[in-house]
Design a protein around this ligand. Structure first.
Ligand SMILES: C[S@@+](CC[C@H](N)C(=O)[O-])C[C@H]1O[C@@H](n2cnc3c(N)ncnc32)[C@H](O)[C@@H]1O
Length: 212
């Protein structure tokens, strides 16, 4: 689609969102931020709106807050899963949030002043965090649009993640796709999946990988 047509469409969607807000007496700032970002970088965003509460809570439910160590979130966006992690009992000071988008990083720093927010490429996980973590992570929770990356990159990411985590700690990933975002048959890795969350738009499933 030509760039001018995209800009017109973006403006039209924003106008409709504002109209909806006025009618319902609510603000949808995060949705607007998300849509703007999606127009700028559709493949990096991988979604047109933030995850719904049920999906965010399902992701957070796989994290046991009583297990010590940092909880790393990859691609937190505007922070719906971050919020669910805090509701689940994870102290914000344990959170390490790695986000590519500088606007989202600013927003996350305001919302979670005690968390560590890093602007960077989550696919370079070990290079970024290898020397920074004082203890192995209790969990890694990812909202990255993994399926937009080649399989080799996804497998490298999860292998790097396992090297930063405690044994048996969960790598939690959601996907809108029917297939698992990382194949189930990785040697030495056990896999489980949630039910499909039909209430989310679009419907999604949560996959959890653990190194045996
Ligand atoms: C599908 S959105 C999910 C956002 C949020 N977790 C949610 O559930 O609403 C993907 C997020 O990953 C971020 N992202 C994409 N590629 C990234 C990368 N290589 N490193 C860090 N963040 C990335 C995007 O900027 C975006 O915020």
């Amino acid at each position: 689609m030509p760039i001018q047509a995209l800009q017109l469409l973006e403006k039209k969607i924003e106008r409709q969102i504002r109209l909806f807000e006025t009618r319902k007496g609510i603000r949808l700032d995060d949705e607007v931020r998300f849509i703007r970002s999606w127009f700028e970088r559709p493949l990096t965003m991988g979604a047109i709106s933030p995850s719904g509460k049920l999906l965010a809570r399902t992701m957070a439910s796989y994290v046991d807050p009583s297990i010590r160590g940092p909880v790393i979130e990859l691609g937190p966006g505007t922070g719906p899963v971050t919020e669910a992690l805090v509701e689940q009992g994870v102290d914000p000071s344990r959170l390490v949030l790695i986000e590519f988008n500088p606007d989202f990083c600013r927003l996350l720093r305001t919302r979670y002043p005690d968390a560590t927010v890093i602007r960077g490429d989550a696919y370079s996980l070990r290079r970024m965090l290898g020397s920074m973590l004082e203890q192995p992570a209790a969990a890694i929770v990812s909202g990255l649009p993994l399926v937009t990356k080649p399989l080799k990159t996804r497998v490298r990411l999860i292998r790097e993640a396992f090297r930063l985590m405690q044994p048996n700690a969960p790598f939690v990933q959601f996907t809108y796709a029917v297939m698992p975002p990382i194949p189930k048959a990785l040697t030495g890795v056990s896999t489980e999946a949630s039910e499909r969350i039909w209430m989310n738009v679009p419907p999604a499933r949560v996959w959890v990988y653990r190194k045996d």
